[in-house]
Design a protein around this ligand. Structure first.
Ligand code: HEC
Length: 181
């Protein structure tokens, strides 16, 4: 509709001027759509169904801070020794870089978990939902061992003892080496 109206208005202009207008407008629109998409990707939902859809979309793969390759997990994700790859959103990346004691609300990390054959088998996620970590209550913990079925996540709640217990040893519950390798 918009384009049709534009063409009618531009009807009196030369074809070259119209082509130029399109060329000039095109990249700007595409760029701002990209920016909107990447800032939406930074907000990781602390809700099982929404989070699963988010993970399936792969939006976190646009994060600046990510491990450059898969490496064997030092934790039980999904089994000690199977490959994982970690992605930090900008808020968590900045907070880890600054050496903050506690990460701000909205900090989030996604960990991809792979099978021995190298297939993506699920995700482990931590999202900070409050400024205070409160022994892990301020973090939403989520893990699922499937990429197609979210009916039985291993965890999907704030303060899950299994996750928070082991992660308490980290820097405000984050265990990965930083900077990421
Ligand atoms: C016995 C210890 C242990 C338990 C239990 C555990 N993890 Fe982890 N987790 C780790 C270790 C170690 C890492 C660091 C990266 C690696 O080696 O996999 C890690 C990494 C992560 C990461 C990437 C960010 C980070 O902290 O490095 C997320 C997200 C995560 N775990 C979520 C969870 C969730 C959700 C649970 C509960 C279902 C959980 N973890 C239970 C040991 C554990």
């Amino acid at each position: 509709m918009k384009n049709a109206a534009f063409l009618t208005v531009a009807g009196g202009l030369s074809a070259a001027a119209v082509a130029f207008a399109f060329l000039a407008a095109g990249p700007t629109r595409a760029q701002s759509a990209d920016q909107a998409a990447s800032s939406a990707a930074q907000d990781i939902p602390a809700d099982s169904a929404k989070l699963f859809a988010y993970l399936q979309s792969g939006a976190y793969r646009s994060f600046t801070a990510q491990e450059t390759k898969q490496h064997p997990s030092a934790g039980p994700h999904t089994k000690v020794g199977l490959d994982v790859q970690v992605f930090l959103n900008d808020a968590l990346d900045r907070s880890l870089a600054s050496g903050a004691e506690q990460h701000p609300k909205g900090s989030a990390v996604v960990k991809e978990m792979y099978s021995a054959k190298g297939d993506l088998r699920g995700w482990a996620v931590a999202v900070k939902t409050a400024a205070d970590s409160a022994d892990g209550q301020g973090w939403y913990w989520y893990e699922v061992k499937s990429t197609t079925d979210n009916r039985r996540p291993v965890a999907a709640a704030n303060g899950v003892g299994l996750c928070a217990g082991c992660h308490a040893a980290g820097r405000d519950f984050v265990l990965s080496n930083y900077p990421l390798e």
